[in-house]
Ligand binder design. Structure first.
Ligand code: AMP
Length: 361
């Protein structure tokens, strides 16, 4: 059964991903209802309805579910259990959330799917950190199992002497420790999967990070990445199938000399797919909606030879006036208020440029 235009899509989380999803929904005639605990989330500004409530408020979630035809999420750090009241209306389902929320569960799951991940160990104390250093060699990267994003909740450990301070730096919380991967580049696969299990991937996207935050994404990703396309898309498909995922799933990879290694997954649309709004025949946001609304999948192919997306982080948003004056620059601002350090405030996409050549130094 597909949902006709005029139906209401509930979106859990009111950030910029929800905002861009709601804008895509409006274009094809659907209404959106945002569920978020904040006072004025930026997605609510472009949606017809907004419920302000805590993510674990079961009664509020129940009422929200009754007012929506289908419910999705744009943010994975929400408690899973209360979402049970949404039943089958929730797409993707809670399994995708459970796996993506906990790095240890995620890595075990990825290994079961037969995909490569960095050598890793579970870590629950400074002693575990020292044992992992002895086992995997230095340096290792500590990452909290839960609630880490944009490089938050992470600390490098170069020697046993740093075990205590690194443990303190991540808040003494259950963590994983990973071997340092030496990679040539990073990339992501953004794959959309329907209720019946059909899936389509966008072209591989090359991602450059700075301090754990995505700075820039480019397509084409370049020959050293595109050479792994078949394996990487097959891995993403295996992951989506094993989760019975419905909607967009993002898989982030390291391109290593001996092949692609999965870093992490996100059960949702992703920052590295923002270029698809102007740069692909169907955007990642519309493709996600098509999956959950049971509409035919759109064409994910690029509209031009290349595209580049640059994030505007913190005070960089002040460059808006210069950017909007540039021919060919598509400016997106999220209207999030205060331009705090490290906060994603907007992005700019340029289509048709030979992106890999023009933006990489
Ligand atoms: P994450 O939050 O896991 O996406 O990590 C943020 C960024 O840190 C990644 O995009 C990489 O640039 C870097 N990073 C994460 N894990 C590793 C690793 N095992 N080895 C080297 N760099 C890493």
């Amino acid at each position: 059964m597909s949902f006709s235009p005029g139906s209401t899509i509930g979106i859990i989380g009111g950030g910029q991903l929800g905002r861009m999803m709601a804008m895509a929904a409006a274009r094809i005639g659907y209404r959106c209802h945002i569920f978020d605990p904040h006072e004025a989330p930026c997605a609510a500004e472009v949606s017809g309805r907004f419920t302000r409530a805590a993510f674990d408020d079961v009664e509020a979630l129940r009422r929200f579910g009754e007012q929506c035809d289908v419910v999705t999420y744009e943010f994975e750090n929400v408690p899973v259990e209360p979402l049970g009241v949404l039943g089958d209306k929730l797409l993707p389902g809670t399994r995708s959330l459970e796996v993506a929320q906990d790095r240890a569960v995620e890595k075990r799951f990825l290994e079961q799917c037969g995909v490569r991940v960095a050598p890793w160990r579970e870590v629950d104390s400074p002693d575990d950190i020292r044992a992992t250093l002895a086992d995997l060699g230095a340096p290792i990267l500590l990452k909290t199992r839960r609630l880490g994003y944009d490089g938050k909740g992470q600390a490098w450990v170069h020697s046993a002497e740093e075990a205590e301070s690194a443990w303190a730096a991540i808040g003494r919380r259950p963590a994983v420790a990973e071997a340092k991967m030496s990679f040539e580049a990073e990339f992501s696969v953004i794959l959309a999967r329907t209720v019946s299990g059909e899936s389509r991937a966008f072209p591989l996207t090359r991602n450059e990070h700075d301090g754990g935050i995505l700075r820039r994404s480019t397509v084409p990703a370049g020959p050293e990445i595109d050479g792994s396309a078949a394996t990487a898309v097959a891995a993403a498909r295996a992951i989506a199938d094993a989760l019975d995922h419905v909607g967009v799933l993002t898989v982030e990879f390291f391109a290593c000399a001996n092949g692609a290694v999965v870093n992490e997954i996100a059960p949702r649309v992703h920052n590295s797919g923002h270029w698809t709004i102007e740069g692909a025949k169907t955007s990642q946001f519309e493709q996600h909606l098509r999956c959950i609304l049971e509409l035919p999948l759109g064409d994910p192919s690029p509209v031009a030879a290349g595209a580049t997306m640059e994030n505007l982080i913190g005070p960089e948003v002040d460059r808006w006036a210069e950017i909007i004056a540039q021919p060919g620059a598509a400016l997106h601002l999220y209207n999030k208020g205060e331009a705090r350090r490290g906060r994603k405030m907007g992005h700019v996409t340029r289509v048709g440029v030979s992106a890999t050549a023009s933006t990489r130094k």
